[in-house]
Ligand binder design. Sequence first.
Ligand SMILES: [Zn+2]
Length: 69
Amino acid sequence: MSYYDKEFYEFHDDDSADSCFLCSQNSSQLFVVRHVKSEKMVHLCQDCMLNNLSEYLLDNTRPWTSKKE
Ligand SMILES: [Zn+2]
């Protein structure tokens, strides 16, 4: 992640790139979403994302960063 990305895509302090922000599961498929309340980016597993659609937004305005790429 570049410095430019960090400025606009600040991740939540408690977020980890390797596990879900909510359930802490080490999912094979994590989504980068924006936590509406804090406006910070977090990683969510599919289940948590679907269960909290009102609180987290998919942010597709910029390419997602992923270790798998
Ligand atoms: Zn989860």
